[in-house]
Design a protein around this ligand. Sequence first.
Ligand SMILES: [Zn+2]
Length: 223
Amino acid sequence: MRLHIDRSIQSICNRSNTHPIVANIHQNIKKIREDGTVDITWVKGHAGSAGNEAADAAAKCAANLKKNFDYTKFPISFVKAKIKKDNLYKWQNRYHSAPQGKHTKQLLPDLFSIKRLWKTTKIDFKLTQILTGHGFHREYLYRFKISNTDTCPCNNHSVQNIDHLLKCCPRFGAQRMEHELHCQMLKVSPYNIQELVTKESAIISFVKYASYIIDKLKSFNSI
Ligand SMILES: [Zn+2]
């Protein structure tokens, strides 16, 4: 500490030192000298000296006032990564708190799974229907008065929504069994997209199964 302070005093005493802090001190000394003299003396820390305590308090106060980050102290890639992370966090919160997309959020609960799905899968019109719950299934058509019933032709009492088509409807039993057996072999849950995207062949199997349902849905519903 002594060495550090000695160097500071040496820097101040060097009139040709152009460091911004030293230059600022030189300017202040010049102003003070218009009315008197200036003596620079090293004072031992925590000596109980009133002047030293006042200098400590002023230094702490100045440090607290300095709120702007010094961007020259870390690489620009760090700043970019930080901004990206903050934006993802804000986006995630907005996605979670939005009142719309309840069905989509059940399948894709976070942005991580959406990003993984984008990377691994071509999201086409068929898959969009499965992910958004907006399509040719009767629950949706009934809501918009396009169909006079929301029940599935397989038994005429189950509501035909995406969940029913994917997990229960006997019309797609053979394809479902194929997909579920494949997922069982890979040890991933067959309808959890967060897990499916971790294994390439699992998400491919899901997309194939989902696309098959959408392909057959219109004729199944006699549209
Ligand atoms: Zn059905």
